[in-house]
Design a protein around this ligand. Sequence first.
Ligand code: HEM
Length: 459
Amino acid sequence: VNAVRGSSAPRLSRGDSLRFTASQMLPLFLRGLFTRRPRWSALLDRVQSDPQGVALVRGFRQRYGGDYLWLTMSGKPTLLVLHADGIRQVLDASPVKFGPPDLKVKGLSHFQPDAVTVSVGDAWRRRRSFSDAVLASGTAVHPHATEFLQVIESVTAPMTARDTLEVRWGDMHGAFRAITAGVVFGRAVESESVIAQLDALMSRANLLVGSGDTPQRQRFHDSIRARITDPAAGGLAALACPHLTPDDPIPVVGQVPQWLFAMKDTLAANCTNALALLASHPEAQARARAEAAAYRPDDAGSVGGMAFIEGSLRDAMRLWPTTPLVVRRALADTKVAGHAVPAGAQVLIHNGYNHRNPDWTPEPDRFHPEMWRQGRWDYRFNYMSNGPQACGGRELALFIGTAMLARLLQHHEWALVRPSLDPARPMPYALNTATVALTARRSPPAAPSSPRRTAASPH
Ligand code: HEM
């Protein structure tokens, strides 16, 4: 490796690489790489005050003096890239020069071996263009957005009909499972059972052992295919169906698991975190509620202008990124910002540290919903990644999340019961979404505010 590396990037001592593995990689594995393990997460929450490794990486950066540092991760030489130029180079060159790391390929093989996110070359291009077409990537309002709002309405109406609410993570997660089923397959098709199949496969994937090619995976994919081809199918399935062919070169079925878990788990967690932030920041909640007053479940356009609510969701993802590390593997010898990276070496983008870097966000530990500009993306913040392989569901997820938050905020005022978040103090490095408990009481929709001007921001 040294011979090809030929770069001046400092290399972490063996002890520091071990510290990185012990405090970053091992806990990620124990908490569950693909689906959360509640017991391990609860235990680790008690002992880990900085699971994102903010202080750890800050210390490395100061001691070794550089924005590019070599360390050993999963037994492989790994270039930690902390500079915006290097991050942009890596993400812009994915997946041509950088592909998925081996662990990701192995884990995902249990439920989505053909997913675009573990594809390279021509397969990636075809899968990505299919996925982009169905998800309407890059389009703020999906062509089927009104149908999605109806799904959200049918799930939230019983909840929001009450004058007082008690909502825990389990309730939010349950609501998002139902929303996901409706958005992905349409409301007329039973699909909660497919989601249950996915849960079982993802728990197995957490172990990173054994072959992913199992009868259970086959049955799961068969269940997806049956629903895509169901004449009653709606939602994304109706858009995906025309792409199904007998030899399925894309393959269509293989993309659906990503949509399911990213919506039912990832989006659910981020919306819950955003609601917890709003519930604990009275001024921000007042502003979000003023925006939510304009929400109309029959008008997808009413969601489009909700910059503050969308910003709240985005800032929840900045503070507690659900993808704390973005990892790539060099497909051939290459360079990042002049540092030679040999084929097979890994490159690491550390969202946990980057998102709290005070050079990039003034007062990074505060809640800043106003710092985000709709439709604008910044390579320093990769909670939904950037470049050709950025999250294909960015706009769809922001739309559904914003609509859901608007619906919940429109007629209710929220308070955070657990955990405690004090707006006068820095937001903690960790928020255990599974412990979130909220209450809400009916309160008339706030008067729509006149759009305020906010301080100029690069994002
Ligand atoms: C708040 C919710 C979400 C977050 C935080 C999120 C985040 C991400 C991130 C960080 C990646 C890049 C992973 C990597 O390259 O290592 C990604 C990829 C992807 N996401 Fe999302 N995602 C979310 C919701 C969704 C939804 C709802 C969908 C689809 C309905 C979706 C579809 C995709 C797809 C297809 C890719 C793979 C893109 C490619 O490799 O070309 N995501 N997402």
